[in-house]
Design a protein around this ligand. Structure first.
Ligand SMILES: [Zn+2]
Length: 449
């Protein structure tokens, strides 16, 4: 890589004029622009880009403006770069449970259901399960959830801690792109092992909130060719809860989760790959560039996006996650999740010198393949993988207020983006096609929550 730098800086400085093929096909990532994009997205002004906040909309405006300036087009059938949709949140509002003629206090009840409410009486079709002290709460609930239908689950008092964890999770509300009433679960913390009478009334509060992906494309020369998707999530965690406290007592206290590495770095990379390909303007395949929202809430933006696309038309997805720090494989080098799921790594490495080869995820125990936005498309069969540089075993800033600009390595980021531009060129030119990933069955099929 080093050897190529003097030439690249000449290109960047405009000393080699564009126009001829030789210079046009050169790698041309604008380092200043890359730094500017990341610095803006990670700035305190955007207050941690939390889903549903006013500031994440400002971030979306910025990304839209960048797409517009580089000459990208909205997706076919759309007149906007913004892909807006709603997330539905179902929260228990009013719950009364009476078992064996005794009222159960709210503290000892947890409810999961995607409906507006329900009521059960003795002779209704409700399956009763008793989780005794020897049983595993997590496995039992998982099993009941996948069965669907109406379930009363009596949880022995010895499982109080686990019960409270599930109760908190259900009380926070179920977040769904599509509400499917597939039954209800009422969980009661009690040592009662013989339920003879039952009276349950639940009213849920159902609300909807708007979310926005920002998606642009560069139409390929081959109109009917498949698509290469570059993506990154642009949302993050917002601000810490003790903001008010900090404000009153210590104005120096940092409360903003800037998410500079997670994932202003990936978003900046995606934007500058878009700019690079827009400038080249020789892609045979159509290239799509997506900034996903609500990844931190559970891959929600990419899940919605996946529903709007034909997965068979997507030849590959390069999802960029946390490339803000030099990897264990050296500055600018990257690793890829799910290297055993398709041959995308081999395809990309064909364009890279050995010392810059993309490596398999060195942290296999973390199950990262299904923990980022690539999973939303991989589960539909797309060779969709995430690319990162972060050392996941020594990542002290992860999801803390210290994930900020000062802790990024811009030299490494720049080299990573150059590497991705170089590696993805044969995909854009439709010269190489990775193998498909085995699709998963719909994970929400039949489930209660
Ligand atoms: Zn992330």
């Amino acid at each position: 890589m080093k050897k190529t730098f003097p030439l690249l800086s000449l290109v960047a400085a405009g000393l080699i004029l564009g126009g001829c093929n030789a210079s046009k096909s050169a790698l041309n990532i604008d380092k200043n622009q890359l730094e500017q994009d990341i610095a803006y997205l990670a700035s305190d002004d955007l207050k941690g880009r939390k889903s549903f906040s006013a500031e994440i909309d400002v971030a979306a405006d910025y990304i839209e403006k960048r797409f517009e300036t580089m000459g990208l087009k909205p997706l076919s059938g759309s007149n906007s770069f913004k892909q807006q949709f709603h997330l539905h949140i179902v929260k228990p509002l009013d719950v009364s449970v009476r078992i064996n003629e005794v009222d159960i206090s709210a503290e000892h009840v947890g409810v999961a259901s995607q409906s507006a409410g329900f009521s059960w009486l003795n002779n209704d079709d409700v399956t009763i399960t008793y989780i005794d002290a020897t049983m595993d709460v997590r496995n039992t609930l998982r099993n009941i959830n996948s069965q669907g239908g109406n379930h009363l689950v009596m949880v022995d008092n010895t499982h109080k801690d686990m019960f409270v964890r599930y109760q908190n999770y259900f009380n926070a509300g179920l977040s769904k792109l599509e509400l499917k009433d597939q039954g209800a679960l009422v969980m009661v913390l009690s040592n009662e092992t013989d339920v003879t009478s039952l009276n349950v009334k639940v009213v849920n509060e159902v609300t909807s909130q708007r979310l926005t992906n920002v998606v642009g494309m560069l139409p390929g020369r081959q109109a009917d060719a498949d698509v290469v998707l570059f993506s990154a999530h642009y949302d993050h965690l917002g601000q810490s809860k003790d903001e008010q406290h900090a404000h009153n007592n210590d104005s120096e206290q940092d409360t903003i989760y800037n998410g500079a590495n997670d994932n202003a770095s990936g978003t900046g990379a995606m934007l500058n790959l878009a700019q690079h390909y827009a400038h080249l303007a020789d892609n045979e395949r159509t290239l799509m560039f997506a900034a996903f929202t609500a990844e931190e809430m559970g891959l929600i933006g990419s899940e919605h996006f996946a529903k709007t696309q034909n997965p068979d038309q997507i030849a590959a997805m390069i999802n960029i996650e946390m490339i803000g720090k030099p990897s264990a494989f050296g500055s600018g080098n990257l690793w890829m999740t799910g290297a055993d799921k398709s041959d995308l790594k081999t395809v990309l490495n064909q364009s890279l010198p050995e010392e810059n080869h993309i490596q398999a995820n060195p942290y296999p125990k973390l199950n990262l393949f299904y923990r980022s936005d690539n999973a939303s498309l991989a589960s539909l069969g797309v060779p969709a993988h995430s690319f990162s540089s972060t050392d996941m075993e020594n990542n002290d800033h992860y999801h803390t207020v210290n994930d900020e600009l000062a802790n990024l390595d811009f030299d490494s980021i720049y080299k990573s983006v150059m590497l991705l531009a170089k590696a993805s060129a044969p995909l854009a030119r439709a010269e190489l096609t990775p193998s498909r990933v085995a699709p998963l069955t719909d994970k929400s099929e039949g489930k209660i929550y």
